[in-house]
Design a protein around this ligand. Structure first.
Ligand code: SF4
Ligand code: SF4
Length: 106
């Protein structure tokens, strides 16, 4: 799991709108990063989908992770996503590539 965290930190946190110039996360204790919370599920989805189309990963990630996430309201609507405030949604294609990169290096 550490390899995935390291790769995510290098490829996603470094460009994330919520990080500082050193790539350190600047979210407060009251805020959460969906990538951090759901990384095991994210890895599982990427490994199982195995498609050349990002949409297939995106759909499965939403079906799997967003269903568990309390960012959604009772109607399944996520205002964090609408406001581009979810790191998983914002950077999902880089996340998919990061997981694949770690797996391909095994
Ligand atoms: S919000 Fe998530 S992706 Fe962004 S810097 Fe923090 S830990 Fe990294
Ligand atoms: S898009 Fe919303 S429901 Fe899905 S992981 Fe992000 S915050 Fe959670």
């Amino acid at each position: 799991m550490e390899k995935y965290y390291n790769e995510i930190r290098e490829s996603v946190c470094s460009i994330c709108a919520d990080s500082n110039e050193d790539g350190d996360c600047e979210l407060t204790n009251k805020e959460t990063c969906a990538i951090k919370i759901y990384l095991p599920q994210i890895i599982d989805v990427v490994q199982k989908v195995d498609s050349e189309y990002f949409e297939d990963y995106y759909k499965k990630l939403k079906d799997t992770v967003c269903k568990e996430c309390n960012g959604r309201d009772e109607n399944g609507h996520c205002s964090l996503r609408d406001d581009a405030n979810c790191s998983l949604d914002r950077y999902f294609n880089i996340i998919v590539e990061s997981v694949k990169k770690v797996d391909n290096a095994k």
